[in-house]
Design a protein. Structure first.
Length: 299
């Protein structure tokens, strides 16, 4: 039986998603917890497949993965609960996993579902506090502070160049046997205005409770997939333009000449969050997965 697991995590204390010997990773913690709950031996730890691997320090609000588990093994975790095996596993995961991982849902995956290859697109958001404004200490783990005032108009002109099918070799490294060709569907910068959490009343005396993102500069990017370090490197390049340290012509040249070099390295991981993964209708899942497994070209 293939299960779909929707989860969130604070990436600050993880060395990324992918399992690595001797390091704390999201995949490692999740797989080890599954093995414990399902009473599986160490050499039979279930392997989860994720929609998008996140780097060290990167967060996720809407991550998706799948795992294949035999029905009789799944049912073994029901115990005394008056629920089915899927619901029992969800409850036990929520109870046992550390506080920096939250399981949003566990469900039986539709026929043809592959968390990685069936995805239509992924949405990331990068959050910045600019102009030397102090970051709310509660948000320091997922917001980057910069001293310069960023020019959102210039950064949006740069971001507009990324939309469409391009080789992002200036901003990413390919997986073995893969490419850095990706299709960006949307990319834009927004300066979030200061807004109230709730409507004001006559008792407010001119003070309001602001929404958590009030005053931040946020980059939202949606693409069919992302190559390694692609989002953070694009953010860094845009920020260099927004700071006045690089020009739009420089950014355009990096898009035209997909060659990796030092000035387009990744920005700090802390500001980046995987917000959402979109999938097609159930009857298109297998078709989508087959199409994405093919190596891409610009033609």
């Amino acid at each position: 039986m293939r299960l779909r697991i929707d989860l969130s995590y604070d990436g600050g204390a993880f060395h990324g998603w992918a399992r690595q010997p001797g390091l704390r990773t999201v995949q490692g913690v999740l797989e080890d917890t599954l093995a414990m709950l399902l009473r599986l031996p160490a050499d039979d730890t279930p392997r989860v497949t994720v929609a998008g691997r996140t780097d060290t320090g990167v967060h996720a609000l809407g991550q998706v993965c799948h795992v294949d588990i035999a029905q009789e093994i799944l049912d073994s975790c029901i115990g005394h609960m008056n629920v089915n095996g899927v619901q029992a596993l969800h409850r036990r995961l929520m109870h046992v996993l550390p506080d920096d991982i939250a399981i949003q849902s566990v469900s039986i995956a539709p026929e043809g579902f592959d968390a990685r290859f069936s995805a239509l697109d992924r949405t990331y958001v990068y959050r910045i506090s600019d102009a030397g404004r102090p970051v709310d200490p509660r948000m320091r783990g997922f917001v980057l502070a910069v001293s310069d005032t960023l020019d959102c108009d210039l950064m949006n002109q740069a971001a507009a160049m990324t939309i469409g099918l391009h080789d992002f070799g200036s901003f990413a490294t390919p997986n073995p046997g893969g490419t850095t060709i990706r299709e960006v569907k949307r990319a834009h910068w927004d300066r979030i205005g200061v807004s109230a959490l709730a409507p004001s009343t006559s008792d407010d005396a001119g003070w309001m409770v602001p929404t958590v993102e009030s005053g931040l500069v946020c980059f939202t990017i949606v693409a069919d997939a992302f190559a390694h370090n692609m989002v953070r490197s694009l953010v860094n390049a845009c920020v260099q333009v927004g700071r006045g340290r690089k020009t739009l012509d420089w950014f355009n040249h990096k898009m035209d000449e997909p060659i990796r070099e030092g000035s387009t390295g990744p920005i700090a991981a802390c500001g980046l969050t995987l917000e959402h993964v979109e999938y097609p209708q159930d009857d298109q899942l297998a078709v989508r997965a087959a199409a994405i497994r093919a190596k891409r070209t610009l033609e």
